[in-house]
Ligand binder design. Structure first.
Ligand code: C5P
Length: 239
């Protein structure tokens, strides 16, 4: 991929976040005076290689407008869908409408506000080099057990060569758009964007990313995210 193709963040933010047991979707929970979604946008849009963002929100979202989020780069809004892949697809078609096909889509969960600029730079550089795109991932460090039907250990799965997929996952726009269209048309269930690209016959690159870039999922995660965010800020201030 040429180095001058613009990079746009595509943020699926249309989930309900039921595991958080809150009255609002988890991307609208706050720490340090901002919602998780605003922290995400701040991180992504302050990176010099990112040109703007497309946000996929629930059609009846009543929280985004209230935030009155201000940015010095464009932020486009579109409706999300029933599953994450529908929301990403909607964001990609909006991006295509705005920018044409010559764009790189950097898909990032709205609930991972701690991604570092260093990791963003490395995954963008890898995606520019690799036709199939690139994703941030972390090597599996725990021993993995497969369960039997009666909740006993059926097998130990060798962890060598296994990685946990994180986001951002970064692709040339037409590659991901076509791959997701095939998955959606076939009503296949996938759990990340790379899986759609793999099913289309490509092999995206793995880029080792920081474990700090975790997905806020359960109630206790918010306090942990705030702690990591403060540590990252202190570290930045000391550099
Ligand atoms: O539910 P999960 O934690 O896997 O969500 C990951 C991301 O996908 C979140 O940012 C969530 O808002 C988004 N999502 C979406 N549309 C859906 C479901 C999830 O945009 N229908």
């Amino acid at each position: 991929m040429a180095s001058d193709i613009p990079v746009w963040a595509v943020i699926p933010a249309a989930g309900s976040g039921s595991r958080m047991q809150q009255d609002k979707p988890k991307q609208y929970l706050s720490f340090q005076g901002k919602t998780i979604l605003e922290h995400c946008l701040d991180r992504l849009l302050s990176h010099p290689a990112i040109d703007g963002a497309v946000l996929a929100l629930q059609a009846d979202d009543r929280f985004w407008q209230e935030l009155d989020y201000q940015a010095d780069k464009p932020v486009f809004i579109t409706d999300g869908g029933a599953h994450r892949q529908h929301s990403v697809y909607s964001g990609l078609t909006t991006l295509q409408y705005r920018c044409g096909n010559d764009a790189i889509a950097l898909v990032h969960d709205a609930v991972r506000p701690l991604v570092s600029h260093d990791d963003l730079s490395r995954v963008i550089a890898a995606a520019r080099e690799h036709t199939a795109g690139a994703i941030l991932a972390a090597p599996v460090s725990d021993t993995l057990k497969k369960q039997s039907d009666d909740m006993e250990i059926a097998a130990t799965v060798p962890r060598q060569g296994l990685w946990r997929a994180l986001t951002p996952q970064v692709f040339h726009l037409p590659v991901l758009l076509n791959a997701l269209k095939q998955v959606i048309d076939a009503e296949q269930a996938i759990t990340d964007d790379a899986q759609a690209v793999e099913l289309a016959g490509y092999s995206p690159a793995l880029v080792a990313g920081s474990e700090e870039n975790f997905k806020i999922t359960r109630p206790g995660d918010l306090a942990l995210a705030e702690k990591i965010w403060l540590d990252q800020r202190n570290q930045q201030n000391n550099e």
